[in-house]
Write a protein that binds this ligand. Structure first.
Ligand SMILES: [Zn+2]
Ligand SMILES: [Zn+2]
Length: 358
């Protein structure tokens, strides 16, 4: 396996910031998406691979040090989580996400074992949002490299135009019954017909693009509406957008788990949002106006006279979005700054003030 230059693939500098990598990836992914006239599946795959490594701090560090052969890539070449920038997915997370969501949606324990119904696998992806977008909602787009329905046979597994016959093995019942003669008498066992995989039908000729399975790997362009007021750690289920099922069965679901990025100016507590304001102590005494941040950007707020450090100024309806659409409050935590360096005039004035207040 040759060493790959992921930086070159994305056309960024070795010292590129996360943001630059994200931007470069989005641009290239857009340009080379296989659904586009300018698309190129091979190139798209390379871009995805480069992004998956460079957008992940630990993988990037590993890559910088040891090169592409040593980067731990989950399912190299066939990684189903070809997420766009910021849609990070690391292999180790899979179990946890399914574990948690299993509790949430009540399909715990169903993965991989037990019932063998012809349903496609569920897929989980992670999406990181800015706080603002979590509050107001946003439409997210990303591409997912997954097992999809075969375009040639539309999932049937039969070559186009071929006749579909009743399965001769099971006579169309989808099950084969075997009678075993034992010392206790005749015992009857039924099992899924291996020839038609339980469908009861068999195409005369198999589709050669999917070898009769009805599925193959493809890139799915996912567009989802993230509702306003979503919280960090919550998931959205997109029914039927998981992996396709073999032989035209029901597709699995896609779970989009939301991560809300930390905002350097804002803290979140439930639906309430907090910010800080630092004011001089004359302003604390006299009142005035000062600037602070909210989810809607920088705003000017009124400082009431006599405000103390630690006091909260409430901006009604400027916080997070509650379920049902009403806005929670925004709270501004006040810090009164005591001046450390005083001009001669300031010192004189403060001494006069001190006397006045004594
Ligand atoms: Zn096919
Ligand atoms: Zn059969």
């Amino acid at each position: 396996m040759a060493q790959k230059d992921y930086y070159k693939t994305l056309g960024v500098d070795k010292n590129a910031t996360d943001d630059e990598i994200k931007k470069a990836f989005r641009k290239l992914a857009h340009q080379h998406h296989p659904d586009k006239p300018s698309g190129n599946a091979e190139k798209f795959k390379e871009i995805n691979e480069a992004n998956q490594v460079l957008s992940d701090k630990s993988k990037r560090a590993q890559y910088d040090q040891f090169g592409s052969e040593h980067v731990n890539q989950p399912g190299a070449g066939g990684n189903p989580f070809g997420g766009a920038g910021g849609f990070d997915f690391s292999g180790e997370d899979l179990g946890d996400i399914f574990g948690n969501m299993g509790d949430m949606f009540g399909f715990g324990g169903g993965r991989g074992g037990g019932r063998r119904e012809q349903r496609g696998e569920d897929i989980a992806v992670d999406v990181e949002l800015k706080l603002r977008d979590a509050v107001f909602g946003i439409e997210e787009e990303f591409s997912l490299n997954k097992l999809g329905q075969c375009d040639t046979c539309h999932g049937s597994g039969g070559a186009p135009g071929t006749k579909v016959d009743t399965c001769k093995t099971c006579g169309g019942r989808g099950q084969v019954v075997r009678i075993q003669h034992t010392i206790l008498g005749a015992m009857q066992t039924a099992s899924t017909c291996g020839d038609c995989r339980g469908t009861g039908k068999k195409p005369e000729k198999e589709c050669k693009d999917c070898r009769g399975t009805g599925t193959h790997k493809k890139i799915d362009e996912i567009k989802i509406k993230i509702p306003a007021g979503i919280h960090d750690g919550e998931s959205i289920r997109v029914t039927g957008r998981g992996a396709a099922a073999p032989h035209g069965g029901q597709a699995g679901d896609l779970y989009v788990r939301i991560h809300v990025a930390r905002d350097k100016n804002l803290q979140v507590q439930g639906d309430d949002i907090y910010s800080e304001v630092h004011i001089s102590f004359p302003m604390a005494a006299l009142g005035g106006e000062a600037k602070t941040h909210t989810v809607e950007g920088e705003v000017t707020i009124k400082i009431p006279d006599g405000v103390q450090t630690g006091e909260l100024i409430r901006l009604k309806g400027k916080g997070g979005m509650r379920r049902g659409g009403a806005r929670a409050d925004h709270l501004v935590r006040v810090t009164v700054e005591t001046p450390k360096k005083l001009s001669r005039t300031a010192k004189k004035l403060l001494e006069e003030l001190k006397k006045e207040l004594e």
